[in-house]
Design a binder for this molecule. Structure first.
Ligand code: SF4
Length: 609
């Protein structure tokens, strides 16, 4: 079929062997690529049985039909695995050149399995595949590892590498790609580390036949040209996601002191988009082929050394910055440290917030932690991060995430801000019932990317605190996003370019020749959500874990536009039941046989109990 390669490269690290796996052609119509195909493959390959850090787990990296085309926002690869952080379903998107280069090397994706006896890097250059020793890189940070690989493989290669956190199996270690992009969530870096896989380098230049390339080129050029001076897009380019704090501050749902406040005091002085733009941003950065460079390259000096950072984006600004009450300069330093060590900034920020609150309440002592960890003081936070990455001292416990850390010390679980073991991003759910639901049901745990209910809630105060109607809203948004992630396209693009499902279907037809209706497209999204749910059930993650940290049910926000608000437990439970009903699941939240049959997934049903 046009637009696809029809095959995945399978790499067996144990045997050092490579082979290709054909993707059944029917899968492209049912799952398209990216998210839905990945969820299908995780189940097909029975990864729910795997120890996340054992040789039996795999990392599946997928592109989709739009990858390698001119469609705006196609520079995303999706990585799948069984998560070492949650023990369940995991996907994580990453920008950079990785998706493009995998497709140009002649594959729709990669399946990396087994465990190498010694540290290696996987090198792919079109149909040449090899494993090279990585002993010289083992122990090095992400930046140095990539720089060394680039000296050898050049600027056009995609380079994805782990840092010490991945090597030392920190459960929220990430994989960094092309210096400034991360597959951040859920511990993919630890899965690489468990396989002794330090890095992946991909190059390719194999032409990709498209069904109607001229039509596609004309369509995309028109789209980009028409939007060239669009104010919304220019604003996005100027500030990136840093402007998200404006809305969250206004609504009182920013993250401060481990989710104990929703208003940022520094916002008025320096923790805001204009301060970053005027004092810290050097230039704009984009994912491969994107005309909306929303990422920012920032520069700060620390100890006489220049630090260059691709970031921060909003979630990091929130969890490492406002949460810990740091200055913008200290936030950039801590973000850079996370990137070099190979740590997910969202989870790391939550873990540091948890430690600071525990010390504030004398639940942990400085002697045990190894340094005073105080709000606003970057040095203590930096020391703890390094201890986590190397699993030293208290870092051995914190490397497992806040859920396990609270259990280990017998600390009030309400202080551990996570869902299903994954730490939460930068929107306080007490001021957005939509996110309260979305966090609770998101397939990979505490996640803000499966739906964006705040888009509707932001301008409607009553809707923001309403429980009724949220189940259908979240369900519909999840299905559409899962379809977008199956193409896959960057989910921030459709609203900016005014692109709806029919627009993507038109472009999909120009790429593949495949005709698809809107109903079929939404069914692709629904399949992805149902398959991920079945995977979680097979891992033992059930409806019991569709909940929120106790803090949000018990402690009202103290000030701001959401002052006095908490998540009302009864209404939350009703909303959850409504969501299961909207999904066609049982009252216990399990996909029904009828729903799976309707979606053509009957055989996945055996895994849902
Ligand atoms: S909009 Fe931003 S995140 Fe999305 S593809 Fe473009 S640069 Fe990447």
């Amino acid at each position: 079929m046009y637009g696809y390669r029809g095959k995945l490269l399978q790499v067996d690290l144990t045997a050092g062997k490579f082979s290709t796996v054909e993707v059944p052609e029917g899968y492209f119509r049912s799952f398209i690529g990216g998210k839905a195909l990945g969820a299908r493959l995780l189940l097909d390959r029975k990864l729910f049985l795997a120890d996340p850090l054992g040789a039996g787990n795999e990392v599946i990296i997928l592109t989709g039909p739009v990858t390698g085309s001119f469609v705006p926002g196609v520079g995303k690869a999706l990585l799948f695995s069984k998560s070492p952080l949650t023990g369940g379903y995991l996907d994580s998107a990453v920008g950079g050149r990785l998706s493009h280069n995998i497709k140009m090397a002649g594959y729709d994706g990669l399946i990396i399995s087994g465990r190498s006896p010694q540290p290696v890097s996987l090198i792919i250059d079109n149909d040449m595949v090899e494993l090279i020793p990585a002993d010289d890189l083992w122990g090095k940070g992400c930046f140095e590892s990539e720089a060394r690989l680039r000296e050898r493989f050049g600027c056009d290669a995609a380079v994805a590498a782990i840092g010490p956190a991945g090597e030392n199996l920190v459960r929220y270690a990430m994989i960094q790609c092309d210096f400034y992009h991360q597959a951040g969530r859920g511990g993919l870096g630890a899965v690489f580390g468990s396989k002794n896989l330090k890095a992946l380098v991909v190059s390719g230049n194999t032409p990709l036949p498209l069904f109607a390339p001229e039509d596609l080129f004309t369509r995309c050029l028109k789209l980009i040209t028409e939007k060239k001076n669009d104010q919304n897009i220019l604003f996005r380019i100027k500030y990136g996601t840093l402007s998200t704090l404006d809305g969250n501050q206004k609504l009182g749902i920013a993250v401060v002191r481990n989710f104990r406040d929703g208003v940022v005091d520094r916002y008025e002085t320096d923790m805001n988009r204009d301060y970053f733009r005027q004092h810290l941003v050097l230039r704009d950065l984009a994912c491969f082929g994107c005309s909306v460079p929303c990422a920012k390259l920032c520069k700060v000096e620390r100890d006489g050394k220049e630090i260059l950072l691709g970031g921060p984006e909003y979630e990091t600004m929130s969890l490492l910055g406002t949460n810990l009450e740091l200055s913008p300069e200290d936030l950039i330093y801590l973000n850079w440290l996370c990137d070099d060590l190979g740590l997910d900034t969202i989870s790391a920020g939550n873990v540091l917030g948890f430690v600071a609150e525990a010390m504030e309440k004398s639940l942990l002592e400085a002697q045990e932690v190894g340094a005073p960890v105080i709000w606003g003081d970057v040095n203590g936070f930096a020391k703890v991060l390094v201890d986590i990455a190397y699993q030293r001292g208290i870092g051995r416990i914190l490397a497992k995430g806040v859920k396990k850390a609270a259990e280990y010390w017998g600390i009030d679980p309400d202080m551990a801000i996570h869902v299903k073991g994954m730490e939460l991003p930068g929107y306080d759910p007490r001021g957005t019932t939509g996110y309260a639901l979305e966090y609770a049901v998101a397939d990979r745990g505490g996640c803000h990317r499966r739906a964006r209910p705040l888009r509707d809630e932001m301008t409607d105060e009553a809707l923001r605190f309403a429980y009724e109607g949220k189940a259908q809203l979240v369900k519909d948004m999840e299905d559409v996003r899962a379809f977008q992630h199956s193409l896959p396209v960057c989910d921030t693009m459709p609203p900016r370019f005014g692109l709806k499902i029919p627009d993507y279907l038109e472009m999909l037809r120009m790429i593949t020749g495949l005709e698809m209706t809107v109903k079929e497209a939404k069914a692709v999204g629904e399949r992805a959500i149902n398959l991920a749910r079945c995977f979680n059930y097979a891992c033992g993650i059930t409806q019991k874990e569709d909940t929120l940290p106790g803090r949000f049910f018990k402690e009202p926000l103290p000030r701001g536009a959401s002052a006095g608000k908490l998540v009302e437990r009864d209404q939350f439970q009703t909303m959850l039941s409504d969501y299961y009903r909207a999904r066609g699941w049982t009252p216990q939240g399990s996909p029904t046989h009828d729903k799976l049959v309707e979606l053509g997934l009957a055989e996945a049903g055996g895994m849902r109990e």
